[in-house]
Design a protein around this ligand. Structure first.
Ligand SMILES: NC(=O)c1ccc[n+]([C@@H]2O[C@H](COP(=O)([O-])OP(=O)(O)OC[C@H]3O[C@@H](n4cnc5c(N)ncnc54)[C@H](OP(=O)(O)O)[C@@H]3O)[C@@H](O)[C@H]2O)c1
Length: 257
């Protein structure tokens, strides 16, 4: 790669904190960021998956630390960030990829299901970012990347709490941009279409539904993990310095139809 392109897109000497790192999109983006030169800090609850991820990143030629944490509002976020910074250095990049979708109808959703979904999908991304912002300001560089969804824009069946959380994350992204962009911190979100992960197993196990979703895109297929690589690197890199408050769909044109 030319020095010019390398400079625009390199994540060398950056620390990337990734939640939801034990599977799916978070796991994949940990590998992508490590390949782009960042030191990755991978967070999730399942330790064995995180240990396997760290070894995979090392085998790829990258570096990572892993931290087992249950992300909830019970966490002391400033203390958590101090722990991370003492192990890996203060992160410039945050990917809020931890998320759940309990797939319940409006009528069966309980207060507990609602709170659990909104807490992990919407509240944790805000308080984690808030705790990381002082370190980003110190480094004059911050890249907050949230994970939105088709459900940030469209209502799907059996997704009332999830849809509310993802609608919220779209607006949270804009509000974060408003709050922090003057301090050299950008906040953007990636809105994936359907990608094969544990979260979408029910969809990918149902060929009829899967084909319907593929047909609903302009491109004619569902997502493959590597479809996320370019935008994830771009939004974390110097190349996107003047882009903030945006929700960028990686959905094969699903929302465009
Ligand atoms: N897959 C798609 O097509 C798609 C589409 C649109 C948006 N998304 C979004 O993409 C993000 C990643 O989802 P995914 O599809 O990659 O699903 P996934 O494979 O199920 O990953 C979810 C991750 O969240 C972590 N997590 C769940 N509860 C947690 C908790 N209490 N504390 C800490 N970590 C927790 C899980 O790790 P542990 O269980 O080890 O804690 C796991 O690593 C989510 O925000 C999801 O809404 C996905």
């Amino acid at each position: 790669m030319s020095d010019y392109l390398g400079g625009l897109f390199s994540l060398k000497n950056k620390v990337a904190l990734v939640t939801g790192a034990s599977s799916g999109i978070g796991y994949h983006l940990c590998r992508v960021y490590a390949k782009a030169g960042a030191h990755v800090v991978a967070i999730a609850r399942r330790e064995s998956q995180l240990i396997e991820l760290k070894q995979t990143i090392i085998n790829d030629g990258g570096s990572a630390d892993v931290l087992v944490r249950d992300l909830s509002l019970k966490l002391d976020f400033p203390e958590f960030v101090r722990d991370i910074s003492s192990i890996a250095g203060s992160p410039e990049i945050l990917i809020n990829a931890a998320g759940i979708n309990l797939r319940q109808s409006a009528d069966e959703t309980t207060v507990e299901d609602w709170s659990k979904t909104l807490e992990l999908n919407l509240s944790v991304p805000f308080f984690l970012a808030q705790a990381l912002v002082p370190g980003m300001i110190n480094k004059s560089c911050g890249r907050i990347i949230n994970v939105a969804s088709l459900q940030s824009f469209r209502a799907f069946e059996n997704g009332i709490a999830y849809g509310a959380s993802k609608g919220g994350i779209a607006q949270l992204t804009r509000a974060m941009a408003q709050a922090w962009s003057r301090k050299s911190i950008t906040a953007n979100a990636i809105a994936p279409g359907f990608f094969p992960t544990e979260l979408t197993q029910a969809v990918f196990n149902n060929q009829t539904v899967l084909k319907q979703h593929a047909a609903a895109t302009a491109i004619g297929r569902n997502g493959e993990m590597q479809d996320l690589d370019g935008i994830a690197i771009f939004l974390a890199s110097p190349a996107s310095a003047y882009i903030t408050g945006q929700i960028i769909a990686v959905d094969g044109g699903y929302l465009a139809k």
